[in-house]
Design a protein around this ligand. Structure first.
Ligand code: CO8
Length: 389
């Protein structure tokens, strides 16, 4: 290769690398059923009363601690959650059951996560002005997969009628932002043109509805986004991805230990399949990391606090979001600047910040800047600096 040919190749590579990439569409599938705090607390307290009555003698002898009631006031004040959507309400509110009840699906029926993803994907495709035949990469990114393989994304690919390739990935609450970053890299690297990211969070089966500390936290939902080069985007709702910063730091404070090796252990732990966390520690340890990641990515992109029109933050806790927004903006946020959806949806793991984005992305002008940021188990933090096209 001559020096001038070499230079041209390098220029082309650099051009590819810096190709503008946008989120051109988004969608949300919301289950029909929802459970209010009042309904959830009433059934939990009924369970507690029955448990305490059944174990009155052991409690009296000091061999067992009596269970304490839950309260709507605590839940709303500590988390901001007022209700949550669930795929299967039946069973969750029955004190004799306390988990969603649903039939096991066979090979011929797509699992719930794929079904939810299909609905969210269709809305996102429509908003982006794309069809399934335009999509050449599908990433299914969520906190849980209903089976290890074949990948859920590949089944979704078949149902949509898309070609190309697909894969599943899990970074817990940061699955969506990390997947969008993978999509951007695939587009810049030339291995995909239009990417569909879906985040089916079927969280309710992993909730311990008998645990006062965590029975109120999660809801079911699915989000979807379309990511493509700005050059191919036709949507009027597109947001340019100016910068991305991903960070992980190991912590045991949010865990689920169920795995494919479970059947090998002699003493089965009845709580192994459930989500558990040290909520206070998470609150204290995650917030400084989140502020660091957002502020350093803003600095890298030359974006100042005054430039920000929206903060679409992870939706786990109202107090956490207000604290983070205040730290980033240097003042109290107006409600529309850092929109909350957790009052209605509760914590929906990786889908939370995408629901906030989907439902509150209107009203920005071309050139307006915003932040989309997830944070959660791992710990994992994914921050995108966005600009309205
Ligand atoms: N009703 C009444 N009182 C209660 C209840 C209840 N339900 N629960 C606890 N209390 C009591 C406690 O016993 C305690 O009493 P005392 O002071 O007498 O000891 C008091 O209330 C305070 O308890 P906490 O300190 O636990 O309460 P907090 O104020 O810390 O609030 C929260 C608890 C809401 C959980 C809060 O700590 C929080 O939100 N922390 C942040 C958590 C977070 O961001 N986690 C991220 C998790 S999401 C994630 O990573 C996704 C993982 C994958 C998901 C998979 C799907 C399932």
């Amino acid at each position: 290769m001559t020096p001038s040919e070499n230079q041209k190749t390098n220029e082309r590579a650099a051009e590819k690398l810096h190709k503008n990439v946008v989120i051109s569409g988004s969608g949300v599938f919301t289950p029909v059923d929802s459970i209010s705090n009042e309904e959830l607390v009433a059934s939990f307290n009924q369970y507690v009363d029955q448990f305490n009555a059944e174990h009155a003698a052991e409690i009296e002898r000091g061999e067992l601690d009596a269970l304490a009631h839950s309260s709507c006031e605590f839940i709303e004040k500590a988390s901001g959650i007022k209700s949550r959507h669930v795929l299967y309400k039946e069973g969750i509110l029955d004190p004799a059951v306390m988990h969603p009840v649903f039939p096991r699906r066979g090979e011929e029926t797509p699992p719930e996560m794929v079904e939810m993803a299909l609905a969210a994907a269709q809305e996102a495709l429509q908003q982006a002005g794309k069809t399934a035949s335009d999509v050449d990469l599908i990433i299914c990114a969520a906190s849980n997969m209903q089976r290890p393989y074949p990948a859920l994304s590949v089944e979704l690919q078949q149902l949509l009628g898309a070609s190309g390739y697909a894969f599943d990935m899990n970074v817990a609450c940061s699955s969506a932002t990390f997947a969008i970053s993978n999509a951007v890299n695939a587009i810049r690297g030339g291995t995909a043109g239009v990417v569909l990211v879906v985040n089916p969070e079927f969280a309710s089966p992993q909730v311990n509805y008998k645990s006062r500390d965590s029975h109120f936290i999660f809801g079911d939902v699915c989000t979807a986004t379309i990511i493509e080069a700005e050059a191919t985007a036709t949507s009027t709702k597109a947001y340019r991805i100016l910068g991305m910063q991903l960070k992980t730091e190991f912590s045991n404070n949010i865990r689920c230990d169920v795995g494919y090796t479970e059947h090998c252990f002699e003493h089965e732990d009845p709580e192994v399949a459930f989500f558990k966390q040290q909520g206070r520690k998470v609150f204290k340890e995650l917030l400084p990391l989140v502020a660091d990641v957002i502020q350093s990515e803003m600095a890298a992109q030359g974006v100042k606090a005054d430039d920000l029109k929206r903060l679409w933050l992870h939706q786990a806790n109202i107090n956490m979001n207000i604290f983070a927004a205040k730290k980033i903006l240097g003042r109290d946020p107006e409600p529309e600047e850092a929109p909350l959806v957790l009052d209605r949806y509760a914590n929906t793991a990786s889908a939370g910040s995408i629901i906030a984005f989907h439902q509150h992305k209107e009203g920005l002008q071309s050139g307006d800047k915003a932040i989309l940021c997830s944070f959660g188990a791992g710990y994992s933090i994914g921050c995108l600096v966005l600009e309205k096209v």
